[in-house]
Write a new protein. Structure first.
Length: 161
């Protein structure tokens, strides 16, 4: 049975009012999803770049003059490799840190010691004011004894120490 015409008029516009109440929440949730999706993309890209840089340092840079003949040239080559592999997300060399961990106790970095590469980068959200951290660290075992001596050691790297 249909309601009398008088009672039906009081409910006119109720659906529009409910839609207006839910619309801002829906838009905020969608914008958050977009921001978090981009943040996760940056995190995965930076993690892959850091792992690639550590692998490059562990395998390629151990050979004579592959990455340079001085410790600073080797560090610069590894940092540049990380920047190149980050897909344009990283653009500051200062965000990338490189250190070696002497696990064997020898005078030089030998097979079995580690190279540690880590990045601390901030992602500025597109639609909201806060920044989210993108932190990644990779620890790779050296495949060969380093021919370049005088590498900087870090007794407390953020990972793999």
């Amino acid at each position: 049975m249909l309601k009398p015409l008088k009672n039906r008029r009081c409910e006119s516009g109720q659906a529009a009012w409910e839609f207006l109440l839910v619309l801002p929440i829906f838009i905020i949730v969608m914008l958050l999803l977009i921001d978090f999706g981009i943040w996760m993309y940056e995190y995965v890209s930076v993690a892959n770049a850091v792992r690639e840089g550590a692998r490059y340092g562990a395998v390629t840079c151990a050979f004579a003059n592959q990455c340079g003949s001085t410790p600073s040239q080797v560090v610069t080559a590894i940092k540049q490799r990380v920047l190149n592999r980050s897909g344009g997300i990283l653009n500051n060399v200062a965000d990338v840190k490189v250190a070696w961990v002497n696990r064997n106790g020898g005078g030089n970095y030998e097979r079995g010691d580690s190279i540690v590469v880590w990045v601390n980068h901030n992602y500025q959200m597109l639609f909201f004011p806060p920044q989210l951290g993108v932190v990644s660290c990779a620890d790779m075992m050296l495949e060969q004894t380093y021919t370049v001596t005088g590498m900087a050691s870090d007794p407390n790297p953020p990972c793999g120490g």
